[in-house]
Design a protein around this ligand. Structure first.
Ligand code: FE
Length: 141
């Protein structure tokens, strides 16, 4: 949930990165813009990271902020990269999303507010959560 400054808990202060749509259009591909800035969804099983098993860190494709670790990635079968937790609780923000007649929880980047995907409560241990994230919103390294 919302991080605030994180002061006193050893977390770096996350400064919001605010850009206009025109600025985002310059730095993102049209696919990235549609997902990150317009809450779009890539087609299931189409993203490049769905089945990736390599060790590394997944950063926000918008702002480069670290979001997820391969250590928390699992095969969900849902067709999108899935993680049972973010790299740090403060890395993402979560918001109620009632679009398309569903009650879901949207996940956004805590730094640039880019749309990443949704979090569901049918994940594995230890959290029981499934962060279902669009590949196009991520950069793996
Ligand atoms: Fe971001």
């Amino acid at each position: 949930m919302h991080s605030g400054s994180g002061r006193g808990r050893g977390h770096p202060v996350r400064k919001k990165r605010i850009r206009s749509d025109d600025e985002w259009r310059e730095s993102l591909t049209s696919q990235q813009f549609r997902v990150l800035r317009r809450a779009g969804t890539e087609a299931a099983f189409a993203g490049e990271y769905t089945d990736l098993e390599e060790e590394g860190v997944y950063r926000c494709a918008g702002c480069g902020s670290e979001l997820f670790s391969s250590a928390a990635k699992f095969h969900s079968g849902c067709g999108w990269p899935s993680y049972y937790e973010p790299i740090e609780p403060e890395a993402v923000d979560e918001h109620e999303d009632r679009s398309f007649g569903m009650a879901r929880v949207e996940v956004t980047c805590a730094v640039c507010d880019g749309h990443l995907g949704h979090v569901f409560t049918d994940g594995p241990k230890p959290t029981g959560l499934r962060y279902c994230i669009n590949s196009v919103a991520l950069d793996f390294e």
